[in-house]
Design a protein around this ligand. Structure first.
Ligand code: SF4
Ligand code: SF4
Length: 268
């Protein structure tokens, strides 16, 4: 944890991270999502200039590590979902382990497939997993998630949200019980899920998460939430202060691109 710039506010000033954009597809549809490519001026999750094969990711890692000795973490954060593209994610991590066994690996996921891949995650030695979970109530979930694809079937509205929430909570509990440091990202969408956030933070704490990262909504152009206002930053801080009573809050997240490289304060 002390070498992971996202898990430790002190480490952000000493260590760099590299996101490998090897996971283009996603198995759910969030209303705030708009994955884009070739959009070098935009910085937010889901954006990347390119999608890499695991081999190209390994080659890029070798070049970057040469130039950046303080690179401590390699993460797979999209531009889609790390677990929905598991063969790519796994191969990229295996290749980088071959090149540098000391690297810390990190995944970020919507959590739908966490229980399915938990054993492989542990086997690969991944100790840091971030799950984005936004609510406990499927009625609220139906306003955030259009649909999910699970075991070859599409589920919409409340039915999809119910499965997703159950899988997220079960996955958080399972991974935490296996010794993984689980961080939960929560997108604060005013008027949609903000009233449920304190209860969600309490719940994930009970399941073993070590930290939550309550993030502002970025109303991305082209997304279904493009018309919503961005989260008020003062209200966001108040929410973090309230939830801090229950669980450690990350307050230095930069909402990085899926191909971000460097220290968190670098413009990427
Ligand atoms: Fe987009 Fe991530 Fe939601 Fe998938 S899980 S739809 S990539 S925001
Ligand atoms: Fe860390 Fe936040 Fe950037 Fe992810 S998006 S690498 S948690 S700072």
């Amino acid at each position: 944890m002390e070498k992971h710039p996202c898990y430790s506010p002190e480490a952000q000033h000493r260590y760099a991270r590299m996101h490998l954009p090897v996971a283009p597809g996603c198995n759910i549809s969030c209303n705030y999502c708009n994955r884009k490519y070739d959009c070098a001026n935009e910085s937010r999750p889901g954006v990347t200039s390119e999608v890499l094969t695991p081999l190209l990711a390994q080659q890029k890692f070798i070049v970057v590590k040469e130039k950046m000795p303080n690179l401590s973490v390699v993460g797979i954060a999209g531009p889609g979902d790390a677990l929905a593209n598991w063969p790519n994610t796994r191969e990229a991590i295996e290749r980088i382990k071959e090149s540098n066994p000391e690297m810390i690996f990190c995944l970020s996921t919507n959590g739908l497939l966490l229980t399915e891949y938990a054993a492989e995650i542990i086997e690969l030695g991944i100790k840091h997993v971030t799950v984005t979970a936004n609510c406990l109530d499927p009625q609220v979930g139906a306003k955030i998630y259009r649909h999910i694809f699970y075991r070859g079937q599409k589920y919409e509205g409340v039915a999809g949200a119910k499965i997703l929430i159950e899988k997220q909570l079960a996955g958080i509990q399972l991974l935490a019980s296996l010794g993984v440091l689980v961080k939960v990202n929560i997108v604060m969408i005013s008027g949609v899920n903000d009233h449920q956030i304190p209860a969600l933070v309490k719940k994930v704490k009970e399941l073993g998460a070590i930290m939550t990262n309550i993030m502002p909504l970025i109303p991305a152009k082209g997304s279904a939430f493009a018309h919503l206002p961005a989260t008020n930053l003062q209200e966001l801080e108040q929410m973090r202060d309230l939830c801090q009573i229950d669980l450690q809050q990350m307050r230095h997240c930069r909402q990085c691109r899926a191909d971000a490289i460097g220290m968190l304060n670098d413009i990427q």
